[in-house]
Design a protein around this ligand. Sequence first.
Ligand code: FES
Length: 134
Amino acid sequence: MSGGHCGAGTPGGRLLCRLGDIPDGGGKGFWFGRDTARLGVFVVRKGNTVVAYLNSCPHRGTPLDWLPDRFLDRDGCHILCATHGALFRIGDGFCLSGPCAGAKLRAVRTVHRGGEIYLAESLSDLLSQAPGST
Ligand code: FES
């Protein structure tokens, strides 16, 4: 799965990582919680822009990465689901092709401060959306 680690809690959000920890044109995954409430979040970076989504494919709810921190297709143009090959737009998570065409990845709000990326959503709210948490 992913090589990211949960960051320390900070006022205004949980630290995910530094922008420089994510290769330009690459991604990084993070896992929170455990067991049935385990939740994955991943970020994709293009220059100084970062987008974040739950690491859960709308088709079957499986993680998208095919290797740790590998979320993009070979061209680096789309997010790729490793399970059945669905392709998603990086900017808004819209599924362009595959078994869940027309669906969207669940976006996760982040904040950039001082070269660091923080979750801008409550971790407990995100964890309540983990598959199997209900
Ligand atoms: S689980 Fe992602 S395309 Fe099927």
